[in-house]
Design a protein. Structure first.
Length: 94
């Protein structure tokens, strides 16, 4: 579900309650060695737990003094972020 290419993490598949815990842990194992950009272009499905995942990754990156940026967010994830007032969290950059 996560592939690393330098400082780029490519996430693919579903980010739902059924998968988010495993994806979260797999992603955090990739933290280290510099700032990261997380590409979500290949994410196929999201629910509100995907927002929790992004929060957790931001927190974990901050603990390691790393910057993390998200790009190519699915429209459904952007809509959820807007609904919950969290657009700053998922602002596309990187």
């Amino acid at each position: 579900m996560i592939e690393r290419d330098g400082n780029l993490l490519r996430v693919r598949g579903a980010l739902t309650i059924a998968s988010v815990t495993a994806v979260c842990e797999a992603g955090k194992q990739q933290f280290g060695g510099g700032d990261l950009v997380v590409d979500l272009a290949a994410v196929t499905e999201v629910d509100s737990t995907a927002l929790s995942l992004l929060f957790e990754w931001r927190r974990a990156a901050r603990e390691k003094n790393l910057q993390i940026a998200f790009r190519n967010l699915p429209e459904s994830l952007k809509s959820l972020a807007e609904l919950y007032g969290l657009t700053e969290l998922v602002a596309s950059n990187g």
